[in-house]
Structure formats: C-alpha cells, structure tokens
Design a protein around this ligand. Structure first.
Ligand SMILES: [Zn+2]
Length: 102
C-alpha cells in the first residue's frame, strides 16, 4: 500500500502564543513582548530568543508599562527575584530603541 508522506496541514497559520504584559495586563503575541527570564541558577536576563529556560515575565514595548513595572516592582514580584538596575536599563534601552524604529 502506497502511503504519501504528506501530513495533513490545517489551512490556518501557525498560532503565535499569547502572553500577558506585567504592566498593562494586556495580552500580546509573544514575539511582540520583551521577555525577562530568571534562569534556574537565579540569573536575571533579557531573553530575545524566547527560548531561554526559566521563569519568565513579559513586558510590552510601551514605556508607560516599563515605568509602571519598575516603580511598582511588579517584575520582581512576578519573577520572585530582585531585578538589578542593569536589567531595567537594558529594558528601557530596548523599549526606546523599538520606539525610534517606528
Ligand atoms: Zn504593557
């Protein structure tokens, strides 16, 4: 019996996972958010690939959300970890860079 190797593919596009911004609580495509990740060894870093392992928190590219997250410490709370000023600086840099690109 001849079988084709072609698997049936749904006509819809691949779904992009939705994640919630810790600032505005809005849901966005994962790729439209900045991911801050706490790796298993406790290091906080920005994850541009979306593939780093660890606990992640997401922030949209809105400066208001960044400011809110920084001021309220919501990012630290959601990661259950201290966020260093360097991380906030890096986040701010990314958000500013994204704004000027538009
Ligand atoms: Zn937001």
């Amino acid at each position: 019996m001849a079988e084709t190797r072609k698997k049936p593919q749904p006509a819809v596009k691949k779904k992009i996972p939705q994640r919630r911004c810790v600032g505005c609580q809005g849901t966005f495509d994962k790729r439209d958010l900045l991911r801050v990740v706490r790796s298993p060894d406790g290091t906080i870093s920005l994850d541009f690939s979306g593939k780093k392992s660890g606990r992640g928190a997401y922030l949209c590219f809105d400066e208001a959300c960044f400011k809110k997250a920084k001021k309220s410490g919501i990012l630290a709370r959601s990661l259950e970890c201290e966020i260093s000023p360097e991380i906030y600086d890096a986040l701010e840099h990314e958000i500013r860079a994204a704004e000027t690109n538009e």
